[in-house]
Ligand binder design. Sequence first.
Ligand code: BGC
Length: 872
Amino acid sequence: MNITRMKANHLTTPIGCDLTDLTFSWVTESSAGRTQRTARIEIARDPTFTNLVFDSGAKSDIDSLGYQPAITLVPRTRLHWRVTVKNDAGETATGSSWFETGKLDEPWQAKWVTAPFGDGSSPFLVRKTFTLEQFSDVHVTCAVLGAYEIEVNGKPATDEVLLPGYHSYTKQIHAQTFNITPLLRKGENTIGLHIGWGWYRSILGGSMTAPFGKTIGCRCEVHGRIEERDVLIVASEASWQCAPSPVIKSDIYYGEDYDARREIPAWSMPSCRTGEWEPAHEFMPTAHDAGPIHDRLSPPIRIQETLNPTVIKTPSGETVLDFKQNLTGWVEIINRAPADATWRFQVGEILQQGNFYRDNLRAAEAQYTYTSNGKVCSVRPHFTFYGFRYVKLEGFPENVNPADFKAYVIHTELERTGTIKTNNHKVNQIFRNALWGQKGNFLDVPTDCPQRDERLGWTGDAQVFSGTACFNMDCAAFYHKYMNDLMLEQTIYNGGVPHTVPARTGWLRNPTPDAHSRCAWADAATVIPWTVYTFYGDTTLLRRQYPAMKAWVGWLQRQDDENGSQGLWATGTHFADWLALDNYKNPESSFGGTDQYYVATAYYAISVELALKAAKTLGKKSDATHYTALLKKVKAAFLKEYFTPAGRCAVDTQTAYALALHFNLVPETFRSRLIQTLAQKIENNDGALSTGFVGTPILCRALSDNGRSDLAFALLLREKYPSWIYEINLGATTIWERWNSLLEDGTCSGTGMNSMNHYAYGSIVEWMYRNLCGLRPHEDAPGFRKVRIQPDRPRDFTNVHMSFASPVGEYIIDWELKGKTFALTCQIPFNAEAELILPDAPKTVEMNGQLCASENLVLKTGKFTLSYDLLD
Ligand code: BGC
């Protein structure tokens, strides 16, 4: 028996993170026992647990999905926690972990400082030397407007990159705390920050916008334990010294220009010659430019993988690196250029006619320029990132050595939880492409794409992919941070939700109706919290996010009331079924064929229903009563407006049928007619889908769950356009934004809005986990405490395997099909339970070598093997 995956607020050994509502979670692995008898949580100041500050005692109701100890936290303190679990087989296991608090709500003594030269927006270095005699537990806390790297005595203080991440800066600035004790020594020490633009100062999202703030700078405090007392060692103010950075230009979309001749030797060491350094300039950002400082919510962004390229010469003579994978991150290059020589690279996602191509990156220059100081050294960007597979080199010798180049894959570090592997390599590639889409677009914010002049937290994309994302990786903390931003932004729009979170600043300053609250996008406010609750079962997170759900439903109801209180959402302009293929009147349009107010009213109902479920879970009785009535009204209005009494839908598109079926928006009696019509529509469309961002994520689920899994399988396995495998046949290594991002001859279909790394259609992977493999979480026992294992009728594959490290432990499902003989193996983790619904099974089946009834099968913890011949 083992205790693993211990997390505080869903983070492993967090330092300086937001620990509001401190919540522990862990996984118990047990071979002998099935259920937990008791658990006990202890918290201590020391790793030997001699000085306990909390002891829950052994209790039967302590839940591994989320336990909140009643303790008061103090700043910058490491606390150790351990959990002891006893099971029904008489075994006991103990695991321990720790967390470190940040500044909490301790007031800041440091001043904001920026460079005294320029207009406050040039990248700069800032440093401070200080003397230490005896010390321990030294922490630095930084709040930065811009992006930064931090060094102590010439060494990085952290391996995190792209700090401080991307959040709603104008509402809240997240501070990071690092333990720097191992980097310090007796005597003189130096701390140095290198500050550039990052997301804060870059112009994101096009001409209508402005940076979050113009002045870049930092506020920084170093605290330590000296003679057993917590002491402020040094805090930023005018005596800190500044110098210009070798980064001469840096912007998220532009890339970076770096002049190595401006490097200052030993800039973050006491030995640096600081003659030309100037005293820092103190400043105070306005409330408009920066919100209050708060301990960080983001999990760290780190380099996750390294890829090596092959070098190609294109027909037009370019030297291009091919990393064989569309990825997000940096290129690191060994500089061998002589002093004063300049080289450059540019990135692209595809080749065209074998040549380098980057027109679909639109206005994003996505380049890097380096001027050498003659030293051979490794060179990489600092304050930007790129989405690419190909890298064009300029200013390099004719023959470069591939070993001089590497790509670093950078994303938010999240525990990988799910995997799927089948006997069909193209289906495996769909899975991988969606996973790479997640890696490439989970850079602190769930973004639409990582390469062109967007890279924004589009809410619709985030919402439709959230189920897939939570199967692939542990996203609890990641989405909690996103929801925190979303809630902060809602205060600007009176409960409405901007199209991107964080909101692009132009919109933020001018909250016109056009800037927020469109269906399926704004509904991220209800969909994401409920998805997170279903997957992680942490009521505390749901409680913290509930205000977003409530505010959003409040906004929806107000728009309805202002428009006659009909129970409809029939106002505004919507993206609706974005990029669907069924706008036959205007095939060039990005708007799909499904009536926008049909989608809007469907989402009105979906959001009210999710808020209702949350209200019930949280015991909010009067909200629940209100939402029950509202849901009834909206569903009735939806039916009246869009369906005949006999069940004919006025909106005749695949997406319209899928929405009504999947979200239970119609009476049961309409179901068979709807599924028949949907199937017919697909068949009449040459067996192809025509859905966009709203329909695609649910189309296969609507088919499978209504008896037409044959069609869902056919859509998945379709080779011709439009389909997932069409993309793979054209060499895709991530999911495309459009079904026809590349035409059949490999030509890029357009440059207006055409990314090769957009994860929305990767949401098919959720169907793969739930329907192809059969693992379905239960909303009534969230966190996978109870599941339904129900694969669709097996067909077209001989082997399907999935594993999922759920919050209660690992589920494994394997199935094999030989002729008509179906064999299923499943593993159910400790303290969990699965209802097994077998596809097309006879009355009795063989399980673990014994015959048993195939109905009402409830399996608890353990491994089970079943086999039978499928009924026709
Ligand atoms: C983005 C999307 C987004 C959409 C809104 C696009 O430019 O890339 O994925 O959801 O705009 O319609």
